[in-house]
Structure formats: C-alpha cells, structure tokens
Ligand binder design. Structure first.
Ligand code: HEM
Length: 379
C-alpha cells in the first residue's frame, strides 16, 4: 500500500495538520511520519493494533507505562486494577466539601481540584507534604506542555522525582499500618515501594491530569470556544442544556485527551497491506478518528445533544479510552467525576477569559489556559 508522507513540521506542531486532515473525507488510513513511524487514522486498523499489548504490538504507555514489568491487560495486573476501580468508586462517593484552591487558571486548577477532591481516596491519611509534592509535579507537567524546552523538562523531572520520593515514603509508612486495599494491592504486586510509588503516581496522574483535563475541555467548549480565538477573548457565561455526561462525551470526541495511542511492533507483520518491522512505531490517532465525516455530521462542531441519538456504528471509531485488553479502567470515573463537578459547581458557568490561543497536542491534548475569575495566573 502506498503510504503518504506527512508534512515534516508535524512532529514539532501537529495541531494544524490534525485540524485539516480530520476534516478531509478522503483521509488515507495510514500516513508515514518517519522511516519507522506510522500514523493510523482508520478505525478498524486502529482497533486491530490496540487489541495487542504484547505480540505483535507492544503497549508501552499510560498510565503505568513508567512501571518496570507492567504489561497492560496481563492477568497479573488484575488485582491492582480491581482495587483501583474500587478506590475510584470510593473517590466518587467521598466527602464533597474538601478545601480546594480558588478557581483561577485552568486546566491547572482543575488538576489541583481533582487532587484535593478525589486524590485522597488513593492517598488516605497522606500528609500535606505528599499532596504538595504531587501538586508540584502536576503543575510542572502543564508548564512543560506549554513551553517545551530543556529548562522546563528539567524542572518537571525534578518535581516528578520529588513526588515519587514522597509517595515512596508514604507507601513505606503505609506498609507498617496497612488498611487500604489499593495500596496493599500495589505493594503486593510490586514488592518494593519504589516501583509501587511509580504506579501510584501513574494512577494519580490519570485522575488529576487526564480526568481533570476532560473537565477543563468540557467547561471551555460549553462556553463556545473554537480554534483561532485570540488570547484575551472573553467568552460569555455558558448556558448548556444537554446533560453533563453527554457534554463530557462530546468534549472527548472533539478533543480526546488521549489523542494519540502508541504501540511498538515486536515482530515482522503486516497491517492493511503495509509491511511492519520490529521496532516500528504505530500511532493510533483518535483525534482524526473521532472527526470522521463518514460517521459524524458537523464533525468539527461541539454538539452535545447528538449523544441523545448517536449515529449507528459510532462505537467502532469512538475510542477515547482505547479498546482491547489494555483499555482504560477509569472511563466510568472520568465521566462521573466531571458530571458531578459540572452539576455541583455553578461557578463553572461564569464568563471566561482565554489566556492562550492554542491548545497543545503533546503527551495529552491540553486546552488553552483560561480563567473563570479575576484571580491572577502565573505564566
Ligand atoms: C480523560 C481521562 C482519561 C483518558 C482519556 C484515558 C485514556 C486511556 C486510554 C486511551 C488507555 C489505553 C491506552 C493504550 O491502549 O495504549 C487507558 C488505559 C488505562 N487507564 Fe485511562 N484514561 C483516563 C483516565 C483514567 C483514570 C482516571 C484512571 C484511573 C486511575 C485510568 C486508568 C487507566 C489504566 C489503569 C489503564 C491501563 C490498563 C492496563 O494497563 O491494563 N485512566 N486510559
């Protein structure tokens, strides 16, 4: 199969290409980004790739991607994932009046809000110092998304190391006084607190960064945001009518937080007529799949009301949480947590001021920063 090459600027800035390809009904199913790197935009090829987490395609990414020896979908992982699911259920039903930071600069503030409101189910009885270390790592991750560069990368690495050390100390203390099934399952699976801390940090990142980013996208899109609006633009108060759950679903269709899923070929194989060699990278692009004109009418528009009667067969190409054995175990939590906050925080409908013009398609799809109040925001 002839494989079209992409614009060489794609790796530096994928956003323009994404916005233009995703609206082209004649999209090729696979594009070549480099000699060993392919971008897959076809949903059936994408599903086939994601169905594999070891052979022929190895999954190496989030949220436990940094944990040595973790194989997504492997039976060994089940006790940890089951305990994580229960911890997330506890997070949703936990106390709702937790002290949280003032609403000011999103999406960072949404992350801190999630850390304070839901993170305590994963970190019971943790000291404020542990929360502060995790918060610093979250903030540094957003800063790196916005201003990539060596200095930002170093600052983030330092904050992540400090958070990992704080979580390791916390787990060591927990080992002396066990009681939380999720922490017990982590320690049981990994043995040493250092590796367990990496997994705990991964889970916290999924809750406080990925899930909180889904809420931020929903708030922004509810206010009528669209690409091209300049920084400084004020968007009037939101008046959404669709149910919160449908707004979150639609936000994740248009701006899937996990916009690109990664697999690495381990053996020689073929994919849609394309020869794939060991070591090749396959990037499954949910961003493009979610805007297929073959499935969605007005594919580039935010229309939450479409979820009252979604198009036939949409599930094949709607994969905000992946598919197959390594699919997300947090999907239910993401929608329920965002819907809970959208329904319970009237301040989220207030006018917003954009602080950036562009979203960032980096490790995750991050919205442009915005403010809901007059509070100041460090750049
Ligand atoms: C908007 C928020 C989220 C999005 C978009 C998202 C998306 C995804 C995707 C696409 C995958 C599959 C990755 C792949 O196949 O390469 C995945 C896996 C996973 N997600 Fe999420 N996720 C989110 C939030 C969460 C939350 C809150 C949790 C819970 C802590 C979570 C836990 C997991 C786990 C444990 C896996 C891997 C399962 C395994 O290793 O077997 N995710 N997620």
């Amino acid at each position: 199969m002839p494989v079209p090459r992409t614009d060489p600027g794609f790796a530096r800035d994928p956003l323009p290409a994404m916005l233009s390809w995703a609206t082209d009904p004649a999209d090729p199913p696979v594009r070549r980004l480099a000699a060993d790197r392919y971008l897959v935009t076809d949903s059936s090829l994408g599903r086939r790739i994601l169905a594999s987490t070891q052979e022929p395609f190895e999954a190496t990414s989030a949220p436990f991607g940094a944990v040595p020896g973790w194989i997504p979908g492997h039976p060994d992982t089940r006790p940890v994932l089951t305990a994580l699911g229960s911890a997330l259920d506890t997070a949703l039903t936990g106390p709702r009046t937790v002290a949280t930071p003032a609403l000011s600069c999103w999406p960072d503030d949404a992350s801190l809000r999630y850390l304070h409101r839901f993170g305590s189910a994963l970190l019971p009885a943790a000291s404020p110092a542990v929360f502060r270390a995790v918060a610093a790592a979250l903030t540094r991750s957003y800063a790196l998304d916005r201003r990539p560069g060596r200095a930002a990368a170093l600052r983030r690495r330092f904050a992540v190391s400090r958070a990992n050390a704080a979580l390791q100390g916390y787990l060591l203390r927990h080992r002396a006084t066990p009681g939380n099934p999720f922490l017990a399952a982590l320690l049981d699976r990994f043995g040493d607190p250092q590796t367990a801390a990496l997994a705990l940090h991964g889970a916290l990142g999924a809750v406080c960064r990925a899930a909180a980013t889904a809420l931020s996208w929903t708030v922004l899109l509810d206010h009528g945001w669209r690409p091209g609006l300049a920084a400084g633009t004020v968007l009037p108060a939101a008046t959404p009518t669709a149910p919160a759950g449908d707004r979150v679903r639609e936000a994740l269709r248009l701006w899937p937080v996990a916009w690109m899923l990664h697999r690495r070929a381990r053996t020689t194989t073929e994919l849609g007529g394309l020869p794939v060699r060991p070591g090749d990278h396959l990037l499954v692009c949910t961003f493009a799949m979610h805007r297929s004109r073959r499935v969605w009418s007005d594919a580039d528009d935010y229309r939450p009301e479409r979820w009252a009667d979604p198009p036939a067969g949409y599930r094949d190409g709607y994969l905000p949480y992946g598919t197959g054995p390594g699919a997300c175990v947090g999907a239910r939590f993401v929608n329920a947590a965002a819907a809970q906050l959208l329904d319970s925080l009237p301040g989220l409908a207030a006018p917003i001021r954009l602080l950036d013009e562009r979203p960032v398609l980096g490790a995750i799809a991050t919205p442009p920063r915005f403010q809901l109040t007059t509070a100041s925001c460090d750049t």
